[in-house]
Design a protein around this ligand. Structure first.
Ligand SMILES: [Zn+2]
Length: 326
């Protein structure tokens, strides 16, 4: 009897797998740093803060890139295949990671940093949209998705950092004390940021604490600091939806009517529509160098290149434009 085709195939696969493991980059002797692959700039920054020099972080989404429609490259798939730990934002912001994990055959720990974070559901559209005729429309959940921009509330950031600390300590128990110390120090920075932000926002005259942004990314921030979210140029948590001409005119009307002082554009989105709406409403558009870090961080090494720096930039920009003191 000849050997079956299936048996030959299995043998071939095993031979390939054996070759594959030889050519890998096993930490031989010297470097024992954990290879951590993180999706967004924000969670990569948290991982660096917690891991210190016990880990190397490869960040898949570069600064200034819109994470909502990110497409991983073959190099990203390879990085995931070689990783010891994956760190993701979660809440659908980096949903593409699931397919990447499958494609890479990665079987290690994946930290979903949103675990334990109280999620904010969509719902800005509820006001003024009363149903008539008694037709029940519950299953139409266009605005029932959860908001993925969890990090803009530093108390959420503290939970995210805790998840990373736990996963790193499980994967590398020798580093447990280091991860604990780093995470504790970083959480102290988050508390400081939170206290500072509250004080700065409090300096804005109460009737001016109103925000119009480019897309709906600052809901957690508004909720934490008592800002009234009036609307966004892109009416969703995603960055892909578009307002119609009439809706844009309505938003401009709402801006005039509510006395909003400025429209904020974002570092990773084109500012054109925000500029049009601001012009129509007769208010300032805050953009260019002052664009908010709504979805990511600034270039590495720049003041907005870290989470703490980016959040301070956002707050200072918002507070200045709305007439407060920084
Ligand atoms: Zn976003």
């Amino acid at each position: 009897m000849r050997p079956s085709l299936a048996a030959l195939t299995v043998a071939a696969v095993l031979a390939t797998a054996a070759c594959g493991s030889d050519s890998g980059t096993e930490p031989a002797g010297g470097s024992t740093a954990l290879d951590v692959v993180a999706t967004t700039p924000v969670v990569a920054d948290f991982a660096r803060a917690v891991g210190g020099d016990r880990i190397t972080v490869r960040q898949l989404i570069k600064p200034g890139v819109d994470p909502h429609d990110y497409e991983p490259s073959p190099a990203d798939v390879q990085a995931v295949a070689d990783a010891d730990v994956l760190v993701r934002n979660g809440v659908g912001l980096d949903a593409w990671l699931d397919d990447t994990v499958t494609a890479a055959g990665f079987a290690g720990p994946v930290v979903d940093t949103s675990t334990g974070v109280p999620l904010r559901e969509g719902g800005h559209e509820e006001e003024g949209h009363e149903e008539e005729g008694g037709e029940a429309r519950e299953g139409e959940g266009a605005h029932e998705e959860a908001d993925p921009h969890i990090w803009h509330d530093p108390t959420n950031a503290a939970i995210m950092v805790g998840g990373i600390e736990k996963a790193l300590a499980e994967r590398d128990p020798d580093g447990r004390a280091t991860y604990r110390a780093n995470a504790t120090a970083y959480r102290a920075e988050l508390t400081k940021l939170d206290t500072e932000t509250k004080a700065k926002i409090a300096s804005i005259p109460a009737e001016r604490r109103k925000l119009v942004t480019n897309h709906d990314a600052l809901g957690y921030y508004c909720a934490r600091y008592g800002l009234d979210f009036v609307g966004s140029i892109i009416p969703s948590f995603d960055s892909a939806a578009e307002l119609s001409g009439k809706e844009l005119a309505d938003l401009a009307g709402k801006i005039r009517q509510t006395g909003v002082k400025a429209v904020f554009s974002e570092a990773s989105l084109p500012p054109r529509t925000a500029e049009t709406v601001a012009r129509e409403a007769g208010v300032e558009v805050v953009g260019g160098e002052d664009a908010l870090f709504a979805d990511g961080l600034g270039p590495e090494g720049s003041p907005g290149g870290t989470y703490l720096g980016a959040e301070r930039h956002n707050t200072d920009t918002i507070v200045r434009a709305l007439g407060g003191r920084v």
